[in-house]
Design a binder for this molecule. Structure first.
Ligand SMILES: Nc1nc2c(ncn2[C@@H]2O[C@H](COP(=O)(O)OP(=O)(O)OP(=O)(O)O)[C@@H](O)[C@H]2O)c(=O)[nH]1
Ligand SMILES: [Mg+2]
Length: 439
């Protein structure tokens, strides 16, 4: 991992941002530049200067053209910048050539996102996923790193004739490949453990609601609001709250909390990593196993920042990723969050049965409507369950009374004979539990 730019005393590192505009509108380009600057901030980088270039197509050799590269070099010197962050994804060759001209390292957007992820990942699994993505990104770029040594050697075919740099690259490549295989093996083991844990959670028989959406939409804030609503004593909730901040990729690790509110059926709520436009492919691949949890969700809450003029694009990015993961069959609600920042949203009445809800995780506006709708969805798929429950399973009998509509109940010698209209999730659970015992 490249932590060499992380200063010990949290001192910010100065960078210059380089934007290349090809066929985007002014508005789109400005938005992407702003997003890149926010990504820099999330990585503790201080943007000293923003330079832009317009070209019909990126320059094959230097991405921005050699004239612009000289200008960039000047701004780097003038601002004492330690490196340059580029808006876009550069090929290994473009990166190498540009770096040679400006004399400081060049990061592209993918590199920046990977760096944020590697700094922010906390759980073992997230760390391994990020390291895998990082190494995969580095592999084709090793040439640039050893290029100064590579030039020393002759070009012969046998190993002995190769330059020091080339040999070094081969060694590095082999070492990295080995490490990637190792990481994949470790991740596979973790995935199996998680499957077991998931079964453990399912054994609780609670519906699972998953928060998904663009980064900074307010997913973690909504989770914290609901945690607090379930237990308004700050001392007790402090440990259950997740990290929320006005910063891109505040959350990287998945957290699950049980939301138990008076008069409502309890459910499990999960909060996970946010999405971003043009997310690096390797990173999605690396996070696929964490995100695969979504497949087991009963409801997806697609959270959007409705005060962001680009929330429709964010919705599309999110849907594309969900589609890719084959989870669009799961019931979903579009949650237009941050309604408090938009007068227009505050005049919309949320309608039961709709797939759009306007809320504010700050003020609580519309949250009751959303919770009502979740309860409606849980009730869907209700079916009759008829079972004999052993007397020792008193808590199951309680759940019939709290979460289902009991039609008949009689205490016989062999247990409680019960017939009830159960929500789908509870019916699955009861049927699993008692069929397993019967075997
Ligand atoms: N005004 C307003 N601000 C909100 C609302 N919900 C969240 N925020 C703010 O938006 C910022 C981002 O919130 P988070 O909850 O961290 O967003 P997130 O979706 O979890 O973001 P990532 O973890 O980066 O994917 C924070 O500064 C929140 O205080 C809201 O309803 N209204
Ligand atoms: Mg978050």
């Amino acid at each position: 991992m490249t932590h060499e730019y992380e200063k010990e005393n949290n001192e910010l590192t100065t960078v210059v941002v380089m934007g290349l505009r090809t066929n985007e509108s002014d508005e789109e380009f400005d938005y992407s530049m702003k997003e890149l600057v926010s990504l820099c901030e999330a990585c503790d980088l201080d943007v000293a200067y923003e330079l832009t270039q317009s070209l019909p197509n990126p320059d094959n050799a230097t991405w921005i053209g050699s004239g612009k590269a000289e200008e960039l070099k000047m701004h780097v010197k003038a601002n004492n910048a330690e490196f340059v962050v580029c808006l876009g994804n550069l090929s290994p060759a473009q990166m190498k050539n540009l770096q040679k001209i400006i004399d400081v390292p060049v990061w592209d957007r993918t590199n920046l996102i990977l760096e944020i992820f590697s700094r922010r990942a906390r759980t073992g699994e997230a760390r391994l996923q990020v390291e895998t993505a990082y190494l995969q990104y580095m592999m084709p770029r090793l040439t640039g790193m050893w290029q100064h040594l590579g030039r020393q050697g002759g070009g012969g075919g046998s190993r002995a004739n190769k330059g020091v740099g080339e040999t070094q690259i081969e060694l590095d490549r082999r070492q990295i490949s080995r490490r990637i295989s190792e990481l994949k093996r470790e991740l596979a083991v973790m995935e199996r453990t998680r499957d077991v844990q998931r079964e453990g959670r399912n054994r609780g028989g609670y519906p699972h609601v998953a928060l998904v959406g663009y980064t900074n939409a307010g997913k973690s804030s909504l989770m914290n609001y609901l945690v607090e609503l379930g237990d308004p004593t700050p001392d007790k909730t402090a440990g259950k709250k997740v990290f929320e901040k006005n910063m891109l990729f505040a959350t990287l690790d998945t957290s699950i909390r049980k939301i138990d509110l008076p008069g409502r059926k309890p459910f499990l709520l999960s909060d996970t990593v946010g999405f971003i436009e043009n997310i690096p492919h390797d990173l999605i691949k690396a996070f696929r196993s964490t995100l695969s949890e979504l497949k087991y969700a009963d409801v997806l809450l697609i959270v959007m920042d409705s005060s962001d003029p680009h929330h429709d694009d964010h919705k599309k990015v999110t849907e594309d990723i969900l589609k890719d993961m084959d989870v669009l069959g799961i019931p979903r609600i579009y949650v237009y969050n941050k309604s408090d920042l938009r007068d227009a949203d505050m005049n919309i009445t949320n309608t039961p049965g709709s797939d759009k809800f306007y809320i504010s995780a700050k003020t609580g506006y519309g949250i009751d409507d959303l919770l009502d709708e979740l309860q409606n969805i849980f009730r869907k798929g209700n079916r009759i369950v008829e079972k004999i429950i052993p007397f020792s399973d008193g808590q199951i009998i309680n759940r019939f009374h709290e979460e289902a509509e009991v039609e008949s109940e009689s205490y016989e010698e062999d247990g409680v004979h019960i017939r009830a209209l159960c929500p789908g999730y509870l019916a699955d659970y009861i049927e699993d539990r008692y069929s397993a015992k019967a075997e």
